[in-house]
Design a protein around this ligand. Structure first.
Ligand SMILES: *Cc1c(COP(=O)(O)O)cnc(C)c1O
Length: 244
């Protein structure tokens, strides 16, 4: 008789990350459940995502639309998918069509993409979609994201002019080497305070997506409600022709 399958490397790594995230949440005076761990499986096979699903995880993220639209339909429908990072207008329709269980788009960084998403959700007759506004807190030109000085304006636009989107908070990507200085996270926390005030949104409902493999514990201690973890769970990524 088969014993319970041995725990695979990814499932084991996920368990370690969940434990570390829970401890960091505790240090910030919050329950483990207050922090979501989005397992980012970009460049990794469907089988690895399935391994984590079988271990009980339900929250996953992808960053390349083309990869996302081929993977998501091969995986169970009760996965809560996050699209993370910059989204191009011309890919919105195919993304929404292929991923009915898309839970959140983390990466709205201009009015045009917000309007585009809003219209696409409406024309497909989907339920309103949660979105986070991506803020460029590091000032690096290579990063997408709106300048912190303009995040209130964009948050207001999503909230007031995009009836098919649910403005849910802010997201940022740390420094290139993934060793985000606290300044990046502090800047996002400041943006949150400004946006909360401007749109009269209760702070408890406000999502802050910050923290990746190299810095998620620090991010949680500073108030992150959602961390995006790729390589620490799935192992290092290899890009044949592409730089990250
Ligand atoms: C790839 C990616 C991640 C995960 O990065 P790791 O450093 O491997 O944890 C997080 N956020 C975004 C936007 C990404 O593209």
């Amino acid at each position: 008789m088969a014993a319970a399958a041995a725990e695979g490397a990814a499932a084991k790594a996920l368990r370690a990350v969940l434990g570390r995230a829970a401890k960091a949440a505790e240090r910030s005076g919050r329950a483990a459940e207050a922090v979501r761990v989005v397992a980012v499986g970009k460049t990794k096979p469907v089988s690895m995502v399935r391994e984590l699903y079988d271990a009980g995880h339900r929250c996953f993220g992808e960053n390349y639309v083309q990869e996302f639209v081929t993977k998501a339909p091969q995986l169970p429908e009760d996965i809560r998918w996050h699209f993370i990072g910059h989204l191009q207008s011309n890919k919105v329709k195919s993304l929404l069509a292929a991923v009915p269980n898309l839970h959140m788009v983390e990466g709205v960084d201009n009015v045009k993409i917000a309007n585009h998403l809003d219209r696409a959700v409406s024309s497909l007759g989907r339920d309103p979609l949660k979105v986070l506004v991506q803020v460029n807190t590091s000032g690096e030109e290579s990063k997408s994201g709106i300048d912190p000085s303009r995040c209130v304006e964009l948050a207001k636009h999503v909230k007031l002019a995009c009836p098919h989107l649910i403005f849910s908070g802010l997201m940022t990507i740390g420094m290139k080497d993934y060793s985000s200085t606290p300044e990046n996270f502090k800047a996002l926390v400041n943006c949150k305070l400004e946006v909360c005030k401007a749109i009269d949104m209760p702070a408890e409902q406000f999502e802050l997506s910050m923290g990746m493999s190299g810095d998620f514990e620090q991010a949680i201690e500073m108030g992150s409600t959602s961390v995006r973890i790729g390589s620490t769970i799935f192992g290092p990524r290899e890009y044949p022709n592409k730089k990250n």
